[in-house]
Design a protein around this ligand. Structure first.
Ligand code: SAM
Length: 213
């Protein structure tokens, strides 16, 4: 349970973070509904709007820890194959194969492909954020590099759809254009559950026509 009344001295930024967490309705809702992260609501919103999940899909979730998106994927795509990848460990989740590793390392991609054994990937999800150094331009560039690696991976495996987090800050048009070379339908979406003061937006790219519901 998080509380402001803890005797431990906190820096003002950690206090501000705590106040925000305590006031945040999505944090409370994720606790009530048993989701491992408030991020789960972003994917739920994306799916509600664009109906990306179906049963029996092969889903690869890059940067999956602690596992909120994996929980959504296992619920929305039953009988599918769900693979999660992260630098950090996760508490095991039924129906999920977890690969611990750096997605930027070729060995991690090899492990994903070995596990799939030539099965076609339906959806690549990426909520990855590179560790922030606090200098906006550097943070945006590091995240652009991550998103570009995701796009290259989708190209290599011919993934049918891709949903990836992008940080606004100057490179989002190039990222959009790179997706358009592979996917017929590409759009940006900012879920309500994504904090309005956050620069994150989500790129949704598919081969099929996207109907907003
Ligand atoms: C915002 S969290 C993801 C939250 C997740 N979608 C959920 O719902 O629980 C971003 C994750 O990306 C992971 N990450 C960042 N860079 C990575 C990389 N190069 N390879 C693998 N994971 C990475 C981080 O370790 C972190 O756990």
């Amino acid at each position: 349970m998080i509380s402001l009344n803890n005797k431990k001295k906190r820096s003002s930024s950690s206090r501000n973070w705590l106040v925000r967490q305590l006031k945040d309705k999505y944090v409370a809702r994720s606790r009530d509904l048993g989701y491992r992260s408030r991020s789960a609501f972003k994917l739920l919103e994306i799916d509600k709007k664009y109906r990306i999940f179906a049963n029996n899909q092969v889903v690869v979730d890059l940067g999956c820890a602690p596992g909120g998106w994996l929980q959504v994927a296992t619920k929305r795509s039953t009988n599918g194959i769900i693979i999660g990848v992260d630098l950090n460990d996760i508490t095991p989740l039924q129906g999920v194969t977890f690969i611990k590793g750096d997605f930027l390392e070729p060995n991690t991609t090899t492990q994903i492909l070995q596990h799939l054994n030539d099965k076609q990937i339906d959806i690549v999800l990426s909520d990855m954020t590179a560790p922030a150094c606090g200098i906006n331009q550097i943070d945006v560039l590091r995240n652009t590099m991550l998103v570009n690696s995701v796009i290259n991976f989708c190209d290599k495996v011919n993934a049918k759809s891709m949903i990836a987090k992008v940080l606004r800050g100057g490179t989002e048009k190039e990222i959009f254009a790179a997706c358009e070379t592979q996917y017929q339908n590409v759009l940006y979406f900012k879920p309500h559950s994504s904090r309005q003061d956050s620069s994150e937006i989500y790129i949704v790219a598919t081969r099929r026509t996207l109907h907003a519901c």
